[in-house]
Design a protein around this ligand. Structure first.
Ligand code: C5P
Length: 399
């Protein structure tokens, strides 16, 4: 399996002789399945050309914080949110010092402050510069800030010295990046997820549906697999690709979704109900296409079964997580759903906001349980999914 499949990796390159290896790193990351965007400092461009990095990453490089054209295409905040992880390789002594101080006077340092993603730093410098107390203090500060230091390796250096300060080999860095996405929080657990919209037929050619894209549910399936779970995903009609190692069942209507949930629920440890299930279906589906004639027409609806409630009422009820897409009184509605439906957790999101929710790549959610409310701020749906999976795993451990 490609361990970085679908992951967005920001590769920061700073000025040092090891910058020539960054091109190989970009390739390795892509071989592992990642989409790579490269940020170069001015120093980096003295060692390797932007054209090389553009060619190997498959994307235009980013190098200027104050360039209006670049900001219009993919602004620095957007880029910071896009990233699932950022890796700085090589990281020079100067860039390490500037990161440790939290500077934001070029694109790379600004992105490091603006991204919620994990930042990995692969130092590369002369052995004496690495051993210097100031560098060691800066490294300790970075570790304290939660950044991950990769290496450095020991050996012969470009300047002729021998000692610590060589950048780790590109493939070892790529593997370390991939390892960030694997954890054991749900090892051996079975997880059932519903995702996407449902379609309720009106006649053989028409249906009622909603704007759900399935992105959040699919991101949760990926995050659950990365956490070691066995995942079954019941999906309404969506354009998303099936995540690796996920068993997918495609359905169309709410009734089909319910039938498949019931068929698969026993033995599950966790049920995550992300699907935007139609609340009503047409009472009588026409067997032939309804012809255009009268100026007005009326359809009669009946209520669909509530899948989440049905699962919560079972004797073998797993840990149940529901979603609440709301346009007003978010927390109030979420609390009400938690109690009324009998879930263990509700993930509430405000779908009235343009940059998040239905169809968008980003989301911001609030996790509501009987005794806590936790905000997960705006980030891409993959990051939100990983945080949610960790939150669910923690709640199960404590329950
Ligand atoms: O009550 P409301 O439909 O807003 O609740 C949303 C939650 O209920 C979501 O988790 C959704 O997947 C689930 N749901 C369901 N079956 C329905 C309607 C909603 O499982 N028929």
């Amino acid at each position: 399996m490609k361990r970085l499949s679908g992951k967005h990796i920001l590769l920061g390159i700073t000025g040092g002789i090891a910058a020539y290896k960054a091109a190989d790193l970009a390739r390795r990351l892509r071989e592992h399945g990642a989409e790579v965007r490269v940020v170069m400092t001015n120093g980096a461009k003295e060692f390797i050309t932007p054209l090389t990095l553009q060619a190997v990453s498959g994307n235009p490089i980013h190098d200027d914080l104050l360039d209006t054209a670049a900001e219009a295409a993919m602004g620095h905040i957007e880029l910071a949110r896009w990233a699932d992880a950022a890796v700085i390789a090589p990281a020079s002594a100067d860039s390490i010092a500037r990161l440790a101080q939290g500077r934001a006077d070029d694109l790379l340092t600004t992105l490091c402050l603006a991204t919620p993603a994990t930042i990995l730093v692969a130092p590369a410098m002369n052995q004496q510069m690495w051993r210097d107390a100031a560098t060691q203090q800066n490294i300790a500060n970075l570790q304290q800030q939660g950044k991950i230091i990769l290496g450095p390796a020991e050996g012969e250096q470009a300047c002729g010295d021998v000692g610590p300060g060589r950048m780790l080999e590109p493939n070892d860095i790529a593997i370390a990046v991939a390892e960030q996405f694997q954890h054991q929080a749900l090892t051996g657990k079975r997880v059932l997820i519903t995702a996407g919209p449902t379609q309720e037929a009106i006649d053989p050619v028409r249906y009622l549906s909603n704007h759900s894209s399935g992105k959040m549910g699919f991101a949760l399936a990926t995050a659950a697999v990365e956490a070691g779970a066995l995942v079954t995903l019941i999906a309404g009609p969506v354009a998303e690709q099936t995540p690796e190692r996920v068993t997918r069942i495609d359905v169309v209507s709410a009734q089909q979704m319910l039938d498949n949930v019931i068929d698969n629920i026993s033995g599950q440890d966790i049920f995550i109900s992300v699907a935007a299930v139609a609340d009503y279906r047409v009472a009588e589906v026409a067997t032939h296409k309804i012809k255009k004639s009268a100026d007005e027409m009326t359809l009669s609806f009946v209520k669909n079964p509530d899948i989440l409630t049905e699962v919560c009422q079972r004797g073998d009820k797993p840990f149940v997580v529901g979603f609440a897409a709301e346009t007003d009184n978010l927390i109030e509605h979420a609390k009400d759903k938690l109690i009324r439906k009998g879930c263990d957790m509700i993930v509430a999101n405000d779908v009235a906001k343009q940059a998040q929710g239905f169809g968008s790549d980003d989301n911001a959610v609030t996790v509501v349980t009987t005794d806590a409310i936790q905000d997960i701020p705006l980030a891409n749906k993959q990051q939100i999914a990983r945080t949610l999976i960790e939150t669910i795993a923690k709640a199960i451990k404590e329950s």
